[in-house]
Design a binder for this molecule. Structure first.
Ligand code: SAM
Ligand code: DTB
Ligand code: SF4
Length: 319
C-alpha cells in the first residue's frame, strides 16, 4: 500500500535508522515495486545554456555569478534531435531537455521546444523538460506535444529555500508542479544535498514530496557539484553515507517512484554506486556532461552495468 500521510517523525526515524537496517529495508521495498537489476539511463541535453536571471546559489548557469559556463542560445531543433538519437543509441530511454530559463514565455522559442518534444516523443523516447516555471496553459501545450514528465526540483526544505534562492518562492515552485500535474504530466521532482542544509531540511523536503496526493513518478537526488564562482563553490563534498540515507528514505517513502542518482557521480567509486543501487536508486544520467558539468562517461557506465549484471530499462533483450 502506498502511504501519503507520512509524518516528519516517521521519515526521520527511517532516515536515522542503523545504516544496514535502512539499506535492507529500502532494498526490500525496491524489490516489491521494481525489477531490482534494471537501471534507467537518462540523458540530459542543455537546449539553452547560461545567462539565467535567477540567483540559485548552487548554479553555474546563473548570470549573477562569474563561472566558466559559456552562454548559448536555444539550440537548433535538428541538433537536439541528433543528440537525442545518439543518446538512444547509447542506451538511454529518457531524454531531459533543460533550459536556463526563469520561466517559459509564450514565444517562438517555446514553439520550437514544443516541436522538439513532439519529434523526440515520436522516436519512442520518454521526454522530460526542465524549463523553469510554467503556467497551466503552457503545461497543457507541453502535454499535447507528448511530454512525458516535467522536472522542477524543490531542491531543499521550505525553511532553507530562502538561503539558497531569493528570486522565487517555494510556493512558486509548488504552483508549477501543480500546473504540470493538472495537465496530466508526470512529475520529476527532487533536490540537492550538500548545500549546508540540516538533516531536518532534507527530511522536510522528502516529506513535502511524499505527502502529495500523488507521489512524483521520478525523484532525482543530486549531490551538490560545487562550482567556482557560485556562493556554494567552496562547499565540502557530501559524504556518500548521507546520499545513501537520502536515497533509501526516498525509496521507502515513495516506493513506486524512479529514484535517480543524479549530479555528483563523477568521483564516486563502483562500490559507492553499488550501495546507492542497493538502497533503491534505479536510474542514472549518462554521458560525459550533465547540463554543464562533467559526468562519468559512457564507458564507466557500460562497465558498471556489465559488472553488476544489470540491464537497461527499455533495452531489447539480446537474442
Ligand atoms: N532553470 C530550470 C530550473 O531551475 O528548474 C532548469 C535547469 S536547472 C539547472 C535543473 C536542476 O539542476 C536544478 O533544479 C538543480 O536541482 C540542479 N542543479 C543545478 N546546479 C547544480 C549543481 N551545481 N549541483 C547539483 N545539482 C545542480
Ligand atoms: C536534476 O535533478 N539533475 C539534473 C536534471 N535534474 C536536470 C541536472 C543536474 C545539473 C548539474 C549541474 C550542471 O551540470 O550544470
Ligand atoms: Fe536558472 Fe535553473 Fe540555474 Fe536557477 S537552477 S539559476 S533557475 S538555470
Amino acid at each position: 500500500m502506498i502511504k501519503h500521510d507520512w509524518t516528519l517523525e516517521e521519515l526521520k526515524i527511517i532516515h536515522d535508522a542503523p545504516l544496514l537496517d535502512l539499506i535492507y529495508k529500502a532494498a526490500h521495498v525496491h524489490r516489491q515495486y521494481h525489477p531490482p537489476s534494471e537501471l534507467q539511463i537518462c540523458s540530459l541535453i542543455s537546449i539553452k545554456t547560461g545567462g539565467c536571471p535567477e540567483d540559485c546559489k548552487y548554479c553555474p548557469q546563473s548570470a549573477r555569478y562569474q563561472t566558466n559556463v559559456e552562454i548559448q542560445g536555444l539550440m537548433d531543433k535538428e541538433a537536439v534531435i541528433e543528440q537525442a538519437l545518439e543518446a538512444k543509441k547509447q542506451g538511454s530511454s529518457r531524454v531531459c531537455l533543460g533550459a536556463a530559463w526563469r520561466q517559459v514565455r509564450d514565444s517562438r522559442q517555446f514553439e520550437l521546444v514544443l516541436d522538439m518534444v513532439k519529434e523526440i516523443s515520436a522516436m519512442n523516447i520518454e521526454v522530460c523538460c526542465c524549463l523553469g516555471m510554467l503556467n497551466e496553459e503552457q503545461a497543457l501545450r507541453l502535454k499535447q506535444a507528448g511530454l512525458h514528465s516535467y522536472n522542477h526540483n524543490l531542491d531543499t526544505s521550505r525553511a532553507y529555500y530562502p538561503s539558497i534562492i531569493t528570486t522565487r518562492t517555494y510556493d512558486d515552485r509548488l504552483e508549477t508542479l501543480n500546473n504540470a500535474e493538472k495537465a496530466g504530466i508526470n512529475l520529476c521532482c527532487g533536490g540537492i544535498i550538500g548545500m549546508g542544509e540540516s538533516i531536518d531540511d532534507r527530511i522536510s523536503m522528502l516529506h513535502t514530496l511524499a505527502t502529495r496526493s500523488s507521489h512524483p513518478s521520478s525523484v532525482p537526488i543530486n549531490m551538490l557539484v560545487p562550482i567556482k564562482g557560485t556562493p556554494l563553490g567552496e562547499q565540502k563534498p557530501v559524504s556518500i553515507w548521507e546520499m545513501i540515507r537520502m536515497i533509501a528514505t526516498a525509496r521507502i517513502a515513495m516506493p513506486e517512484a524512479m529514484v535517480r542518482l543524479s549530479a555528483g557521480r563523477l568521483e564516486r567509486s563502483l562500490e559507492e554506486h553499488a550501495l546507492c543501487f542497493l538502497a533503491g536508486a534505479n536510474s542514472i544520467f549518462s554521458g560525459e556532461k550533465l547540463l554543464t558539468t562533467p559526468n562519468p562517461g559512457v564507458n564507466f557506465d557500460e562497465q558498471m552495468i556489465k559488472l553488476f549484471g544489470m540491464s537497461r530499462k527499455g533495452e531489447m533483450a539480446c537474442v
